[in-house]
Design a protein around this ligand. Structure first.
Ligand SMILES: Cc1ncc(COP(=O)(O)O)c(C=O)c1O
Length: 387
């Protein structure tokens, strides 16, 4: 059973159908002026209209990219690379960002920028007072994710915007909304952000496609130089099938009958009920101010590097943190930020993430397997101790 929807989601059958049809029939280059090109352009433009509407943006504010990582890189380096020489050199971000924000920030530190990394509170969110104290006259960019990919914690983007506009109206504000797109209402006017990143494969769309919202008037420099595609913001012939698939996934997500939130909340509650009283556990972070699809749980005394492979053998696919950190022995930078480097939660926590096609019966079954697996690990470690 797949319980790792925050890593990626299975593709929706209608998305596949749409992509096949486009690949088979619409091979034109959207930059060509002949009829083949015009048909591809039509697909591109209508897809962009769908994507723009989904976040309350205008079509010309959408830049197609290869996914969340590229959108984040384009937002950060795009802003920084176009700054005049005498511009400020201070950036604010958090300690809990995805690697595709964290690594660009580390690189910029080697290039003379000073980066303030805000720590997470124990509930997984960021303290607004600490953010306010970090703002300086030379701050040029703020990048804070909307929903954390390891805990599901929601950052108050609208309130953050109000705060920074009061103290520093010209600072550029970027948010990584990759994990927020499916379950949170996103309206860029209401949020006030200048840049916002998304990715299709987290919402039942294809991998390798995403977009960056760039508010009209916000300047960035393209990272990929070449043709004039994407209004000079990203050179290269667009991936029309992927873009059409992304728009199809967004249309499906937006149908009122497909509001996944109540079902996913029910799955999460079923999960917590299923393990309550059976094994010792604590949810990492707030249990309320969070996106419903991600659950980060601490099982005291059960190392996650044992639990994850044991669960895999028992047929349950979950991860110990984000997809990127779960394959390595590195501690989760998110949990370290929330609880400090010495906390046992850092090595004894797992991330479970839910998707709309799971049933309550699936989750009841999963909790039984999880409880059995934990008891087995406890039993094995007790035997080891008594040997
Ligand atoms: C919060 C967040 N940002 C960015 C990304 C990267 O997206 P992509 O895999 O499309 O590059 C992910 C993917 O795990 C994510 O969870």
């Amino acid at each position: 059973m797949y319980l790792d929807y925050a890593a990626t989601t299975p593709i929706h059958p209608s998305v596949l159908e749409t992509m096949f049809a486009v690949m088979e029939q619409e091979f034109g280059n959207p930059s060509s002026v002949h009829r083949f090109g015009r048909k591809a352009r039509y697909i591109l433009d209508s897809a962009k209209a769908t994507l723009a509407t989904s976040i309350g943006a205008k079509e010309n504010e959408i830049i197609m990219t290869s996914g969340g990582s590229e959108s984040n890189n384009l937002a950060i380096f795009g802003v920084i690379n176009q700054l005049p020489r005498n511009a400020g050199k201070h950036i604010i971000t958090t300690q809990i960002e995805h690697a595709s924000v964290k690594e660009p920030m580390s690189y910029l530190e080697t290039q003379g920028f000073e980066v303030t990394y805000l720590a997470a509170q124990a509930d997984g969110s960021i303290c607004l007072d600490v953010l306010q104290q970090a703002i300086r006259p030379d701050t040029v960019l703020l990048s804070i994710m909307m929903v954390n990919n390891e805990t599901g914690a929601i950052m108050p983007i609208k309130e953050i915007n109000a705060l920074i506009r009061k103290h520093h109206p010209t600072m550029i504000f970027h948010t990584d909304a990759v994990q927020a797109y499916e379950t949170q209402n996103i309206d860029v006017t209401e949020l006030g952000v200048d840049l916002l990143s998304t990715s299709a494969h987290k919402i039942s769309g294809p991998k390798g496609i995403g977009f960056l919202f760039k508010r009209q008037g916000c300047k960035i420099e393209s990272l990929v130089k070449g043709g004039e595609q994407e209004e000079n913001n990203r050179a290269g012939t667009e991936n029309i099938a992927g873009i059409a698939g992304f728009a199809c996934a967004v249309k499906i997500m937006q149908q009122p009958e497909n509001n996944v939130v109540p079902h996913i909340q029910a799955l999460r509650n079923t999960f917590l009920r299923g393990i309550a009283g059976q094994v010792a556990f604590e949810v990492n972070g707030s249990n309320t101010n969070k996106a419903p699809h991600i659950l980060n749980i601490w099982f005291p005394g059960i190392p996650s590097n044992l639990l994850v492979p044991h669960l895999d053998l028992a047929g349950i696919a979950i991860s110990a943190g984000s997809a990127c950190s779960s394959g390595s022995v590195q501690l989760s930078h998110v949990l370290v930020s929330m609880f400090g480097p010495e906390n046992p939660r850092n090595t004894e926590s797992i991330r479970i993430s839910f998707g709309p096609d799971l049933t309550i019966a699936d989750i009841e079954n999963a909790t039984k397997i999880l409880v059995r697996t934990i008891l087995k690990i406890q039993d094995l470690s007790q035997k080891e101790v008594s040997l």
